[in-house]
Unconditional design. Structure first.
Length: 499
């Protein structure tokens, strides 16, 4: 993915692409069949690759783990972790703007937090104009103070601002919004108007519950309509691991969430007629209830196992399935996974950990390699794949059967390099799938690939000592315009074909 194209993607509205999804239903593009047969044509391009779907969030400059900065603002992240982050080439990010309180007083001002964020993202080589700064909920009642903070960041290149973080959440003190969405709407509207008056070059994000109905979802989208550029739906997968099958987490949960995202797009469109407004999800991932500030499991009976499953092969495939759909279909204009850092003891969402700065969790390697197997042109696909149908037995939230491919696929092409790419995520724990990748206009002379997999998803640690422990070479053969291989169960396969 070229840096030039990344710039073009920011400047070109995605409404100009060949097609867009609607609330009618997901586009699986593959029909139910006995084998995986993916047909592509390098001249049938759905849209240009959007690298801003591959962002990763940071909890805060101090965060619940007290890093990258210690309380008081002293940098304390190991060089090995900084280098690992730089190797990811993260295109965009998002961060909370909240201080840590010592003896009832904040350790840093919001301006100092902004300065640390600028320093941190500069160290990570993440462009400042692609970083979303999430404003504190408790300052939204004072638009003048908000503008002071925004001004301080804007002058340093920070142009994206989210008006509060999950204002509906039970952790928000009752005194802030009185648990009343209308109070938030009033404050957020005043802040949005103040930001617009300050500069029309600032991009405004509003938070919305991933559940569309209700005052904090559809209510917020409609109440603030015309005063924002993006909606951050925080599309977490809240399925409980112990209540779902392996496929319930990797496939069914994704398919239900993706439909919900399409439904939200319809609400946004109706609330903002004629305006170029999209979703940009600043937090997403498979959720798991982890550990409290004392390092104790929130739910002793299930939290330790859920945290492991969230970051091992099960959670990694969940992320891969979501990324495949985000890139292939027009769901949103940007997205940042949650999150960059976690504990070794409770990995959960983790990508990296200070507990083992020279190692990485499995999702790190998915993110590390994904960019290398996406070309500039996202291609249309057709063909077949064995289908999975989830019932309540496989997923506790299913009320009507949920169906979709066992192995969603993404195909793309790089005209300059003359390389064809495939990313396939097999969400089945037990089923291997014979595969044919048939391309029109392209006869590969060579095929290389990698596969990510692990044969234990219940208790296996997701922390990988070295890349080769999780990422292996993948064998495929080419004859004429067809690549043949077998996709192993519970695996992520990435293929590169060259002339």
């Amino acid at each position: 993915m070229s840096k030039f194209l990344a710039l073009i993607m920011l400047l070109t509205p995605l409404c100009l692409v060949a097609e867009s999804n609607s609330a009618a239903g997901l586009k699986h593009r593959l029909a139910d069949g006995e084998t995986l047969k993916v047909q592509t044509d390098i001249n049938k391009v759905l849209r240009q690759d959007n690298p801003h779907l591959r962002g990763i969030s940071v909890h805060g400059i101090s965060g619940f783990l007290r890093h990258p900065y210690a309380v008081g603002g002293k940098w304390q992240l190991e060089d090995a972790l900084v280098e690992s982050i730089k190797k990811l080439e993260v295109p965009n990010s998002r961060i909370f703007m909240f201080p840590r309180y010592e003896n009832g007083k904040p350790d840093l001002t919001l301006e100092q937090i902004t300065d640390r964020a600028v320093e941190m993202y500069t160290k990570f080589n993440i462009p400042l104009d692609k970083v979303v700064m999430c404003l504190n909920n408790n300052i939204l009642k004072d638009p003048k103070r908000v503008i002071e903070v925004v001004d301080h960041g804007f002058k340093q290149g920070l142009i994206r601002w989210e008006i509060g973080n999950e204002p509906w959440h039970k952790s928000v003190p009752k005194a802030v919004f009185n648990r009343d969405a209308s109070v938030y709407h009033q404050q957020a509207l005043a802040v949005a108007k103040a930001i617009r008056a300050y500069s029309d070059k600032i991009l405004i994000y509003i938070p919305s519950t991933h559940r569309i109905d209700g005052p904090w979802g559809e209510g917020t989208i409609k109440a603030l309509a015309g005063h924002y550029d993006f909606v951050a739906g925080h599309h977490y997968a809240f399925a409980r691991f112990y209540k779902c099958s392996f496929e319930g987490i990797t496939l069914a949960e994704n398919y239900m969430i993706l439909q919900n995202i399409l439904d939200m797009n319809e609400v946004i469109k109706q609330a903002n007629p004629g305006k170029d407004v999209h979703q940009w999800d600043t937090e997403w991932g498979q959720h798991s209830k982890g550990y409290n500030k004392k390092g104790e499991p929130k739910e002793p009976a299930v939290s330790p196992v859920e945290c492991i499953q969230n970051a091992n092969i099960q959670g990694t495939i969940h992320r891969a399935v979501r990324l495949i759909h985000y890139h292939r279909e027009f769901y949103m204009k940007g997205a940042t996974q949650w999150e960059l850092f976690s504990r070794k003891k409770g990995p959960g969402f983790g990508i990296l950990t200070r507990d083992e700065p020279k190692k990485a969790f499995m999702p790190y390697w998915l993110n590390y390699h994904f960019d290398d197997y996406v070309g500039d042109d996202i291609l249309d696909i057709s063909g077949t794949c064995p289908y999975y149908t989830a019932t309540k037995k496989e997923h506790f939230k299913v009320t009507t059967p949920v169906s979709g491919p066992l192995a969603p696929a993404l195909a793309s092409y790089d005209k300059e390099k003359k390389e064809l790419y495939y990313i396939i995520a097999n969400g089945s724990w037990t089923q291997s799938i014979p595969c044919e990748l048939i391309s029109t206009g392209f006869k590969p002379a060579s095929v290389t690939g990698i596969v990510m997999s692990d044969d234990n998803y219940k208790t296996a640690t997701p922390l990988v000592d070295k890349e080769s422990d999780f990422v292996k070479p993948f064998q495929a053969s080419a004859k004429g315009n067809t690549i043949s291989c077998t996709i192993p169960p519970h695996s992520i396969v990435m293929i590169k074909a060259a002339l």
